[in-house]
Design a protein. Structure first.
Length: 252
């Protein structure tokens, strides 16, 4: 199989990454609906809708802002504005969505945690999206630096690179298995499943960024790595207790 994959259907070349992105949104949302119907979540439908709206707007803004910060340019014309709107990253989407949810909950006065139901749909959606990134090769900035490591692959430019999308796919599967294994232990603490998901994923992304050919760095770190640090600081209390307590169900 040649990468990038560029299928042609009825004479039209399809964007494989875009197809998998739409599939990720659709399947992830349907999986969320399925889990919500089977859960005993007591948040009212009205409040849940407000939370989802906050998550969507926060994710949209966060993904665009941090997508732009990966490759910042001076904006001087309409083309560059459109480029800004088209820039996006799942990391900014996750953290922006988190902030959007928290703001929405403050506005409507909702105190209960709403994140746990989103964990597995998010994992599934990111997994599907990363398959699209891998198939899109160097057309998507999810490839790694040149390497002679045995897992190195030619992603479309004739250079053996770290296939970061593949690494992430395997990590997400491992994280899913770990969270399922710990799920019963986490049940007595609402929101802990989501917090552990965020801590695990952002920690992984911080490390994997060292294998990307980032050009815009501040003190040796990329904008995504600073976002990871920001997220981990946001969850610093949970991290501290996870490393200092064996009685995880009592976490607050």
């Amino acid at each position: 199989m040649d990468i990038p994959v560029e299928p042609i259907v009825f004479g039209v070349q399809l964007n494989i990454h875009l197809l998998f992105e739409y599939l990720a949104f659709f399947v992830g949302f349907r999986y969320y609906i399925y889990l919500r119907k089977r859960s005993n979540n007591t948040i009212s439908s009205t409040n849940r809708l407000s939370i989802i709206i906050g998550a969507v707007f926060g994710a949209f803004l966060g993904s665009r802002v941090f997508g732009y910060l990966e490759h910042p340019i001076a904006i001087s014309n309409l083309t560059e504005v459109l480029q800004l709107l088209n820039s996006k990253t799942i990391m900014g989407g996750l953290f922006g969505g988190l902030l959007g949810v928290e703001v929405s909950k403050k506005i409507i006065g909702e105190q209960r945690s709403s994140g746990d139901l989103f964990v597995y749909p998010l994992l599934l959606a990111i997994l599907i999206g990363r398959i699209g990134c891998f198939l899109n090769g160097i057309n998507e900035f999810t490839y790694g630096v040149e390497t002679d490591f045995f897992l190195g692959m030619d992603l479309g430019d004739g250079i053996h690179r770290h296939p970061l999308s593949v690494y992430e796919i395997f990590f997400l599967i491992a994280l899913w298995i770990f969270l399922r294994y710990k799920e019963t232990q986490f049940e007595s603490n609402q929101g802990l499943l989501f917090r552990v998901f965020m801590i695990g994923y952002f920690s992984f992304r911080f490390l994997i960024e060292f294998l990307k050919p980032n050009e815009f760095l501040i003190l040796g770190l990329s904008s995504i790595q600073y976002l990871c640090i920001l997220c981990l600081l946001y969850y610093r209390k949970t991290i501290a207790i996870l490393f200092s307590s064996t009685n995880v169900p009592q976490l607050r």
